[in-house]
Design a protein around this ligand. Sequence first.
Ligand code: HAM
Length: 426
Amino acid sequence: METKPKGTYDVLPNEVLLWQNIESKIREVCKLCNYEEIRTPIFENAKVFHRDEKDSSDMVNKETYDFLDRGQRLMTLRPEGTAGVVRAYIENKLYVTNDVCKLYYLGPMFRYERPQKGRYRQFSQFGIEAIGSDSYMLDVDVINVAILLFKKLGLKGLRVRINTLGDKESRLNYREALVNYFSDKIDNLCSDCKNRLENNPLRILDCKVDKDNPILLNAPKIKDYLNEVSVKHFQNVLALLKELNIDYIVDERLVRGLDYYSHTVFEIEYNSSEMGNQNIICGGGRYSDLVSDLGGPVKPACGLAFGLDRLIQVLKMENNNLEVNNSLDCFVITLGEKASFKAQKIINNLRLAGISCDGDFNNKSLKAQFKIADSYNSHFTLILGEDELEKGVIRVKNNVNDSQEEVNLVNLVNYLKEESNEESTN
Ligand code: HAM
C-alpha cells in the first residue's frame, strides 16, 4: 500500500466542510476590505524565489522544492505566495489600472521542513498583498484584515507582535552595528549564524538554535539605529492601531524569516502549550523593494499570510468548529430491481429541482439502506417498493418530526419543499 508523502496530510470530507466554511468567511472579510482574489501557478521559474545569492533565509536556501522540468528549466514549487503574486502583478501590469492593488490568495505552499504538528511540507496559506503605497495606513489596513477575520471566526487569545526593520538606510546602519558586535563572538554561535553574519546579520536575531543565548539577547537593538523617517512611520502605525482598538505588543527582536521586509513586520500568535513552537498563525510586513527587484516599477507594498492548517487547529482547540451542515435532503430506499431503476429518475428530478438526494447502489437490505440514510443525516427518507410503483406514489418519512406520508410522485418536489419551508418558519 502506498502512503502519503512525509509532511503531508489528507483532508477528509468531514473536515473539508470546515475548510470551506473558513474559506467563505475569508472571502467575506476580503470583500469587506476590498481585496480581490488572484490565482497564480503553484510552481514558478526558480528565479522568482531564488532572486538573490545573498538571500540568507532558510526558506529560500534550504527548504524549497526545486526541480528541472522535461525542458531542463529550473522550477520551484512555491514556498510562499508573495513573490508569485508580485511576479503576476508586474507581468500583467496591474499597476496601470490600480492605484493601490489589493489582492488575496488561498492555496497550497511547499517547504521541505522537518515535519511536526503544525509544520508540514505541504500546507495552506491565506495571504493578502496590498501593492502601491508607502503609507503607514496601508500597513494597518493589512493587519486589520487579520483582526476582522479573527472576529468573524470568534477567535480570542491571539497576540499581535510588531516591530520595525526601518528603511534601507536604517538597516544598513544597524547591519554595521551588528557586524561589529557579533564579529568577535561568532565562534560561540551556530554554524548557520556564521553565514548569516556575512549575508544578513539581522537574521542572526531570528536564530532558533541560539534564541536564548545572552550574546543574542544583548545584541544592539534596531530602535537605536532608525532614522527619522523610519521612526515616524512606525509611530504612525502604532498610533493608528491604537485608534482602531487593535492590541499589540512591540517585540524588538522580531525580524521575520524572509529577506524582503522593510519597516513594519508583525506576527500573530496563539498562546497554547499544545502548539509548541508552531503557535504563529499569521505573519507579514511591509516590503519596499520586492516589486522593483523582480523587474517592476518602484511600488512599496505590504502583506500577510495565515497558515490555514494552524488556524484550523486553533479553532478546534477552542471548540469553535463552526457549525457545518453535512446533511442530505433525501435518501431513496428501494425494494427490488424495478423500483431501483425508477428511483434513479426520481433522484434526478429532485436534483434538478435543487433538492440534494442519493440512493443505494449495492442492492443492500432494507435495514442496511435505513442505516445509510441515517449516516447521511438525511432530512427525508423516501421509500419505493413494488406497491408504491404500481400506485405511482412514494412513502416519505420525515426524519425531523418522525411523520410518514404517501405522496403522489407528481407532487413530490412541491411536497418536500413545502414541508421544509414549514419547518424553517416554525
Ligand atoms: P511566513 O511567516 O513564512 O510568511 O508564513 C506565514 C504563515 O504560514 C506562518 O505564520 C505559519 O502560520 C504558516 N506556515 C509557514 N510554514 C508552515 C509550515 N511548514 N507548515 C504549516 N504552516 C506554515 C510568508 O509566507 C509571507 N509570504 C507572508 C507575507 C505576505 N509577507 C508579506 N506578504
